[in-house]
Design a protein. Sequence first.
Length: 300
Amino acid sequence: MSVPLALAARRFRAHPTALASAAVLAAMGLLAVFGPLLTALLGPDAGQVDLLDRLASPSLAHPLGTDDLGRDVLLRLMEGARVSLAVGLLAALASAVLGAALGVVAGFYGGLIDDALMRLADILLALPLLPVLIVLAAVDWTKLGLPLAASEGGDLARLILLIAVFGWPSVARLVRGATLSLKARDFVRAAEALGASPARLMARHILPNTASPLIVATTLSAGHVILFESVLSFLGLGIQPPRASWGNMLTGAQELVWTAPALVVYPGALIFVTVLAFNFLGDGLQDALDPRTNESGRVP
C-alpha cells in the first residue's frame, strides 16, 4: 500500500509541473512567514493608510504601488498570502485528521458505527458546500448563545472550523475504503493474533498505510479551501478588513477595475496560481506515491 521514499522522490522529480508547483508554493510560504520581517525593513505597515499617496504607481518605496487608501499593495499581498495559506493548510489538515479518525473507525468496526458515520458523510456530501458556507458565515452566532469573540464572522478559527466540518466526509470515505482492505491483510491479522488492541491496530498498522492517499487528498483539498476562503472574503463573509486576504483585496478593488486594474489582477493572479499549484502538486504526489505507477509515471 506504500511506496519506498527513495522511489517516490525519484518519481516526483520526474514530474516537472509538480516540481515547479512545489517551488512556487515554497516561495509563497517563505514570503508569508517572513513577510513581517520584510515589512519592518520596508517601513510602512500593511494596514497603514496614507490618503496623500492614493493609487500611486510602482516605485522603490512601493514596488507594486498603493491602493485607494494609500496602503502598500505588496505588503498587503504578503499579508493576504499569510492569511490565505494559513486557512487553506490548517482547514485541509483539520479535515484530514477528522476524516481519517472517523474513516478508520468506521472501516474497522463496521456495523452500526459504519452505517451511522457514512450516512452522516452522505448527508454532508449531498449539501452544496459553497452556499452552505455562505449561509453559516453570515449567521449571527451570538443569537445561538456564543460569546461575541467566538462568533465574529471574520475570525480565522471560525472559518477554519466551518470548512473542516464540511470537508471531512470525502477523506473519511477514502480512509474507510483503505481500512476495509487493510484489516483483512495478513500483517494486521498477525498483530491481532498477538494481542494488539483495536486502538493499536488502527494507529500502528492501518492508518500509516493510508498515508499516501491521505497526503494527496489533503494537498488537493488545500487549493479548494483557499478558493472557498477567497470567495467568502470577496462576499464580505470571510476575513474582515483591516486584515488583508486575497479575497477581500478583490472586494476593495472591484470598483477600481477600470481605473486601477492592477489592484484586481494581483490578488486574482495569486489565487489562480496558488490553486493551480496545489492541484499540480497533488497530481505529482499521486503519481509518486501510487504503488501502481511505473517508472515512467503512468499507471499500467
